[in-house]
Design a protein around this ligand. Sequence first.
Ligand code: BEZ
Ligand code: FE
Length: 302
Amino acid sequence: MALSGEESGADGAAKTKYDPEFTDRVIAATGPKAHPRLKEIMPSLLRHLHGFARDVDLTIAELMIGIEMINEAGRMSTDKRNETGMLCDILGLETLADEISSKLLFDSGSFEAATPSTVLGPFYRPNAPLIPYGGSIIYAAPDSPLVPPSGEMVDAPVGEGGERFDGEAGRRRRADANGLYEQQDVAQPDMNLRGRLQTDETGRYAVYCVRPSAYGIPPDGPSGRLLELLDRHPYRPAHIHFVVTAPGFRALTTQVFDREDEHILDDTVFAVKDELLVSFEPREGDDKARWTVEYDFALSEA
Ligand code: BEZ
Ligand code: FE
């Protein structure tokens, strides 16, 4: 059977109905002084890109729609929201690049026993407030409807059997219980639910936060619209982000996921991994928190 954009030749081999030499001509336009990595990857990118266009018989009108979608994502992207990144996320591209990066590290022998990484996502903000061990990242006033009757404690002992969470603070951020990050929600204070957590001298961390809820990709941009056109749901299961750093170790970008969440098996950005599932257990004897979660991070040496 011939793919659309191709015809079968007399010998049965697929023969394109479009100029068969065009892609080679575009590839050959690369000059000898091209950047070495681009020289390596562009032939593959161009073959796949042109192959896709021929395969689906891409028209100019459709190309223009795609270009406008990327332009719109670019216009919407700021230091608080990365809409272009979100498009990559719903297409599975950040999750795939994360898998490839992890495999390359693993093959180089420097990755064994580390906690798995997963996507950073489009809502990361650097320079969150520094939080001492046992502090809180709930910056809303105590009587605000944004603060639940009791928060949740996330805490982790130093692991055994080679696990470790050493040194400096992990950077941590998450969506609120209403499913909105602070930059999406005028009712939340700047940097609400984000912090750079400092560990104690043994590498333990502990923080009060809000138990996260499932989170929907915002419908107001090209990512949300594409999901709708694809008849896909927009939800990510409840999660907490961590970027864990320590001198002498590789930075780990990851998330932990509430194993009870109804979308735990169908994350719309495909980023859940079994090793990152956590249970929120009832927390006894602490009037500041109703639930508690423990998670140990293991870093690989740099
Ligand atoms: C998030 O982690 O919140 C996220 C990740 C990818 C796309 C959208 C949101
Ligand atoms: Fe997130």
